[in-house]
Each structure stands twice: as C-alpha cells, then as structure tokens.
Design a protein around this ligand. Structure first.
Ligand SMILES: [Zn+2]
Length: 241
C-alpha cells in the first residue's frame, strides 16, 4: 500500500463510545488495535498514514472491539458480583435502590424506594435470573412509551420492540426492522436510555455509522456525544445478570 498524504494524528480519539490511545510507529505497515491487560484500547498507526482513513477503519471495527472486550470479560470484570443480600444496591433508571430480602412479598417487588425479594428467591438456585426478569418486566412497561416521542420526531417506526438479553450490546436492529433492546439499559439514567433509543431508531434509516447516520441522530439530539460518553462510562458499571 503506497504511503498516503500525511495528516495530523491525535494522541487519543473517542469513536463510537470507545476511547483509543493512539501510538504511531515507524515499524508498522498496517493499522491495528490491541487491548491492554486493563482494558485500555491502543490504536497502532503506521507513520505517514492518512488519519481520515485510519479513523474510518477504526470506526468500522468498533463492534469487533466490543466483542473482544466481552470475550475477555473486560466489561464484565468491572461489574461487582451480586450476592442478593439485604442492603445491596441495584440501579434503576439512574438511581440506586437497596435490596431488601423479606417474606413480605412474593418474587421480586418494587415500591417505597426499595427492591424487595422473597428469601426463597434470594436463597434459591438463580436469584440473578429472577432479578433480570424483573428488569425485563419493567423494561417492557417503560421502554415503548419512552420510545414513542422519539419515533414521532424522527418519523421512524420499528416493526416491534423486544426486550432481551443482548450480551454486551445495548440495542440492535433485527430482521424486518424489529428493535431489540437489552433489559440492562433500565439501570441507566433516562437521558442515556434515550440515546440508545435514538441510536437504534437511526439505524432504521441508515444501516451503518456513516456521517449521515450521525447527522440523523444529531438533528433530534444535539447533545448526543455527551450522552454517548456517559453510556461508554456507565456501561462498564451496569449489571448484566
Ligand atoms: Zn449503531
């Protein structure tokens, strides 16, 4: 590959919510990404590479990077393990609530600023599955109405909304324009959830993360970059079941 026109290369760059430290090397001939032991992302750039091309290549690799991070348990390792004991904190729409293990309720129940769980569930074989099911139920009630004004403003309508476990992804677009959302987003503050909704809706009109895609997001959410950074930060802290 012939050397391209030189353009200024930054020390670091945030793309698609991921932060990369940039290392320029005279010994490299191709662009590459490595993941540090602590989860830091390094972008290796050959000397003289054209930055715009490096940037678009890196952008196209962001999904792959998330897969790699998840594979290495790097996102998961930063999340505290849950023990399902009274006093333990669980996030719901950006606020932290204490869990109370109590015989006063059946299953999992939320009211009075507390999440209550019956001892048979908390001490049962899979309290995490019961808690995830509770988030999923809340998501099914809350997300469609939260989505409605964004759908109207963007004039984009998914074929359906499904709340699922999407692994390390917050949302995805299924075949036939079906919108899939991870139940774990119910732990995020509503403005950050809105970003996920707008992002996925925009995929209905633009399949990739092209400049047109981001223009579409920006029109209805001028501060989307700030929200995306919050998602990148908070995303490492949410509980994924
Ligand atoms: Zn996307």
């Amino acid at each position: 590959m012939p050397a391209a026109v030189k353009s200024p290369v930054p020390d670091s760059v945030i793309l698609d919510g991921l932060k990369f430290a940039v290392r320029v090397s005279s010994r490299r001939r191709t662009v590459g990404i490595t993941v540090d032991r602590d989860g830091a992302l390094l972008l290796h750039v050959p000397e003289g590479a054209e930055w715009a091309r490096v940037e678009s290549w890196t952008r196209s690799k962001c999904h792959w990077v998330r897969d790699k991070l998840a594979e290495k348990d790097l996102l998961l390792s930063r999340q505290p393990r849950r023990e399902f004991v009274s006093g333990e904190g669980f996030d719901y729409l950006g606020r932290r609530y204490r869990l109370k293990v109590t015989g006063e309720v059946w299953g999992v129940h939320f009211n009075g600023g507390r999440i209550r769980m019956h001892p048979s569930v908390a001490h049962g074989p899979d309290p995490a599955a019961a808690m995830a099911a509770w988030y999923r139920e809340r998501a099914r009630l809350w997300l469609p109405s939260r989505l409605r004004p964004w759908r109207a403003r963007m004039a984009l309508h998914p074929a359906g909304v499904h709340v699922r476990d999407l692994g390390h992804r917050w949302g995805s677009l299924g075949s036939g324009g079906r919108l899939n959302l991870h139940w774990a987003i119910m732990q995020l503050p509503p403005p950050v959830v809105d970003y996920v909704l707008v992002h996925e809706l925009a995929h209905l009109a633009a399949g990739d993360h092209s400049p047109e895609f981001w223009d579409l997001v920006r029109v209805v959410m001028p501060d989307f970059e700030r929200r995306r950074e919050r998602l990148a930060f908070l995303g490492g802290q949410v509980w994924l079941g």
